[in-house]
Write a protein that binds this ligand. Structure first.
Ligand code: SAH
Length: 244
């Protein structure tokens, strides 16, 4: 009887043990891509599907992009945890749920073109690039623009273009965009970005004081009509401006 109970306890603990073993393998740098794939599937189920991420394209994209390969090695063990992670230069890659939530809001379809402001690690751009044909992303910190570009190239995301610039002005040359996503907190909605949205286009942007909680806003363009909707409180790194 005692043995039976012990065995049951062991069986019940198995999933926890398995996760712990995976985490320690990753911390000890012996993790294989299969280990990461398992953690990624778990992230999709527990952090996205179990909440309110229902868009199949978004779930598939989050299940495909190797998030750990967009994160500096020192933090790789946390790649699939439910939190933002430092990527250097005082910046962070957003929590998986926020990436998925913002992606889902854009209602993307194959064939579309999107602009991201705040390339950082390139992870969000890779998620978009899984769903649509053309992604343009702008990063104000030169080293991060390079880091993001390297991560995207190494993982074969050839449909993403990265530019080092102040994203406030958008990327006129490739406008108009079906969707624009801003991943840094802005005091207002930059008018060049609204101008570069297609008629019927959508933009998602955290608006507010970077020192406090901001509101994630959904902006829709319908001819000359611009509608904005506040969706949820969020916390992003500041939208910086280049002074010249
Ligand atoms: N989307 C990124 C998250 C990056 S955090 C990812 O998936 O990893 C936000 C990024 O916005 C930072 O890298 C920051 O340097 C950048 N940023 C801030 N202000 C900017 C601006 N005006 N133009 C372009 N990038 C900006």
């Amino acid at each position: 009887m005692a043995r039976l109970i012990a065995r049951n306890v062991l069986i019940m603990m198995n999933p926890i043990l398995a996760t712990l073993m995976l985490i320690s393998a990753i911390a000890g740098s012996t993790a294989t891509s299969d280990d990461f794939a398992e953690l990624r599937a778990q992230m999709v189920a527990e952090q996205l599907e179990a909440r309110d991420i229902t868009d199949e394209a978004t779930l598939d994209a989050m299940g495909n992009v190797p998030r750990h390969d967009f994160i500096p090695e020192a933090h790789r063990g946390m790649a699939y945890s439910d939190q933002p992670i430092p990527i250097g230069h005082g910046q962070t890659i957003s929590q998986p749920y926020i990436v998925a939530y913002m992606t889902q809001l854009l209602e993307l379809e194959p064939g579309q073109r999107a602009l991201e402001i705040g390339a950082g690690s390139g992870y969000q751009a890779a998620v978009l690039a899984e769903i649509i044909d053309e992604v343009y992303t702008i990063e104000i910190i030169e080293e991060l623009a390079q880091f993001g570009e390297d991560n995207l190239r190494r993982n074969g995301y050839d449909n993403v273009q990265v530019k080092h610039a102040d994203g406030y002005y958008g990327w006129e040359e490739h406008a108009p965009f079906d969707a624009i996503i801003v991943t840094a907190a802005s005091a207002d909605i930059p008018s060049p970005l609204v101008d570069q949205l297609k008629d019927d286009g959508v933009m998602v942007i955290p608006v507010g004081n970077p020192m406090q909680t901001q509101q994630l806003m959904l902006v829709r363009k319908d001819g000359d009509d611009i509608t904005t909707e506040a969706l949820m409180p969020v916390q992003f790194v500041p939208f910086e401006r280049k002074e010249d």
